[in-house]
Write a protein of this length. Structure first.
Length: 162
């Protein structure tokens, strides 16, 4: 029997960009507020100092949040990507045991072990590694023969036996 690749971070690329792009929307809103705050009717036009402070704070916070989100997610992607390219990964092969699925509506971590190595992940984690839980269509289930390539605790490649 051979293995079929169900996830490979090297093929996925920088997959967390949608998370970061949310911040870009808020940056645009903040810049818009800064540019038009004095021409806006009602409270905004009647309180120029407070509206200016709010608009600049909003835009600044959006830039800060987006920068931190990008640096955090891209550094993780870069770390696992270079580890894969340079062969600095570990591989474990065996049958999934001690599988604890994430409830469909819950935000719990899904967990499983192979031999002595255990993994946990969630659809709600922003990561470049594998995080597709079984309740949301993921392939992991108790007794499934798999090969897992990982860096630290992050699954960078997941293969299932056909």
């Amino acid at each position: 029997m051979s293995y079929r690749v169900v996830f490979d971070a090297a093929e996925e690329g920088y997959s967390t960009w949608p998370f970061v792009s949310v911040g870009l929307v808020f940056i645009l809103i903040g810049v818009g507020l800064v540019l038009v705050r004095r021409r806006m009717p009602g409270w905004w036009g009647n309180h120029p100092k407070v509206s200016s402070t709010f608009a600049f704070f909003f835009a600044g916070f959006a830039v800060l949040w987006t920068s931190i989100a990008f640096l955090g997610t891209y550094s993780e992607y870069s770390k696992i990507s270079s580890a894969q390219e340079e062969g600095r990964v570990e591989v474990v092969e065996g049958t999934v045991r001690d599988f604890i699925p994430m409830p469909y509506a819950g935000h719990a971590m899904e967990r499983f072990c192979i031999q002595s190595k255990c993994f946990e992940y969630s659809d709600y984690d922003v990561t470049s590694g594998f995080n597709n839980t079984s309740s949301h269509g993921g392939p992991i289930r108790e007794g499934l023969p798999v090969r897992v390539t990982f860096v630290g605790g992050t699954i960078v490649k997941l293969e299932v036996k056909e």
